[in-house]
Design a binder for this molecule. Structure first.
Ligand SMILES: Nc1ncnc2c1ncn2[C@@H]1O[C@H](COP(=O)(O)OP(=O)(O)OP(=O)(O)O)[C@@H](O)[C@H]1O
Ligand SMILES: [Mg+2]
Length: 248
């Protein structure tokens, strides 16, 4: 059985893309077949894996020009790249019937080839994110260990509840995890307590520490495991992946 996961938080820069790539690569290291979908017009995930200006991308597929065309990055790790043109999709599709289901219709026929399909969502709650939630079994929310981390999350939870009611009954929050954690900062520790108080058992035990190697890996077009296997980033994302597999 395959599982479709949206990595989402409408707050920008919280580690969605870094997490999508490294959770994907980590699950792949643990023997799982993974498809990463870049659903962000910024195309950061694609660029971070060295996939720039790919002819067949998520935008053309969403427009109905072709089916999803996975690009193999590693054995058992495929990617559907994005393109800046995707920014036009929200407006172009706004009048289309069944517009919330477009991504689901694209993923459904191919998901059986994968253990996990992981969608990197844009930092907004527009039609692309709604498509992502409609196509998903679970949503994972990365939260930066910073003041105001959970401010604005009420809006996200509201949108998730509406999608559950109207478009995707089975959808659930698969979990919240903390990123860019620095144990030396007292504020970070306070924020973690607040997050745990708020989300209780939905918080993954693994926290992703602040680690410069995680920011460097994309500049080499690669994931943290191929870039620096002995880094804290590699250790943390692998631990998170083990939790994800265990929770299945
Ligand atoms: N644990 C970490 N340690 C250090 N740097 C990190 C870590 N996680 C992410 N970063 C860096 O922080 C920045 C934002 O991360 P990322 O692009 O993954 O966030 P995002 O939520 O996808 O952003 P956007 O909302 O723009 O899509 C990037 O430069 C990334 O390299
Ligand atoms: Mg991103």
């Amino acid at each position: 059985m395959s599982k479709v996961i949206s990595i989402s938080n409408h707050k920008g820069g919280v580690g969605k893309t870094t997490s999508a790539i490294n959770i994907g690569a980590g699950l792949n290291r643990l023997g799982k077949k993974v498809l990463l979908i870049d659903l962000d017009p910024q195309a950061n995930l694609s660029q971070s894996l060295g996939l720039i200006n790919q002819d067949k991308n998520i935008y053309g597929a969403i427009r109905g020009e072709y089916k999803l065309q996975p690009v193999e990055v590693l054995k058992g790790l495929d990617v559907i790249p994005s393109t800046l043109d995707l920014s036009g999709a929200e407006v172009e599709l706004s009048g289309e019937a069944g517009r919330e289901y477009i991504l689901k219709e694209l993923i459904d026929p191919i998901k059986k080839h994968y253990d996990y399909v992981i969608i990197d969502s844009p930092p907004s709650l527009g039609l692309l994110t709604i498509n992502s939630f409609t196509a998903s079994d679970e949503i994972y929310i990365p939260l930066q260990a910073q003041y105001l981390a959970i401010q604005g999350l009420t809006k996200l939870v509201e949108v998730i509840d509406k999608i559950k009611k109207r478009l995707n009954k089975g959808l659930k929050i698969g979990g919240v995890f903390i990123t860019q954690y620095d144990s030396r900062k007292i504020l970070n520790r306070d924020v973690v307590d607040t997050i745990k108080g708020h989300f209780k058992n939905d918080v993954f035990k693994t926290m992703i520490r602040d680690n410069v190697a995680l920011a460097e890996a994309p500049t080499q077009g690669t994931d943290i495991f191929r870039y620096q296997i002995k880094s804290k980033g590699a250790e943390d994302y692998l631990a998170l992946c083990k939790e994800i597999i265990k929770n299945k």
